[in-house]
Design a protein around this ligand. Structure first.
Ligand code: 3PG
Length: 210
């Protein structure tokens, strides 16, 4: 098992880092690491997202820094060039999967249906993001998928929060859950990085209840 998968299994939650400012992104990442989380997903949703990714990779070599909201092969190549150690997509894009596999990097393409899961499986993908998890069926659909796609590991994302986290994590095929609840926009904007550390600590505490 790769170091990344081991860390995902240990962390059990993957916070999203979304910022248009590399300095802020570094502060958010520092707060998450201080709280004990070392797998971060930097989402490509701002003009400066690639620079944020690169800065975090350089500053925190001890962390697994992935890129999220990666939509195509060009972006996949670019995030690899900037040092991403894994790729997450909202949907399943064959060319992105090919780029990730050629670079021997873990990719978690988004899936919401059995057809997409089957396609992912037949492309050699072993880890997927169920997205948007709460809207496509939540823990119930995950259990149904898991009984059919027995070797697939899932990272449900979309609507995961402290109230439903343990329900997802109790499903054996769930590696970790992704989500933005660990890095709320208001805490980032007000530079309340201690609040982010606190959320990370609380999430870890919660996962240990399982
Ligand atoms: C994602 O990018 O994976 C989702 O937007 C995260 O969903 P959430 O905001 O409900 O956690």
């Amino acid at each position: 098992m790769s170091q990344l998968l081991k860390s995902l299994q240990n962390n059990r939650v993957v916070p999203l880092v979304e910022s248009n400012n590399p300095t802020t992104a570094l502060k958010v990442s520092e707060a998450l690491l201080k709280g004990g989380l070392n797998v971060l997903e930097v989402v490509l949703r701002t003009d400066q997202a690639l620079n944020c990714l690169e800065a975090i990779v350089k500053e925190f070599p001890q962390a697994h820094v992935g890129a999220g909201t990666v939509l195509n092969a060009d972006q996949s190549q670019e995030v690899i060039r900037r040092g991403a150690s894994f790729i997450v997509s909202p949907g399943l894009d064959v060319s992105s999967i090919e780029v990730a596999h050629a670079a021997e990097i873990t990719i978690l393409p988004g899936v919401a249906t059995a057809t997409e899961l089957q396609k992912a499986l037949n492309l050699g993908v072993k880890t997927v993001k169920l997205f948007p998890a709460s809207l496509v069926g939540g823990p119930k659909i995950l259990k149904a998928f898991s009984s059919v796609f027995q070797d697939m590991q899932f990272m449900p994302t979309g609507g995961v929060n402290p109230n439903n986290l343990l329900e997802y994590l109790s499903i054996p095929s769930v590696l970790a859950c992704g989500g933005s609840w660990l890095t709320p926009g208001d805490a980032v904007e007000s530079k309340n990085y201690d609040a982010i550390t606190k959320l990370a600590l609380e999430a870890i505490k919660l996962t240990q209840l399982k």
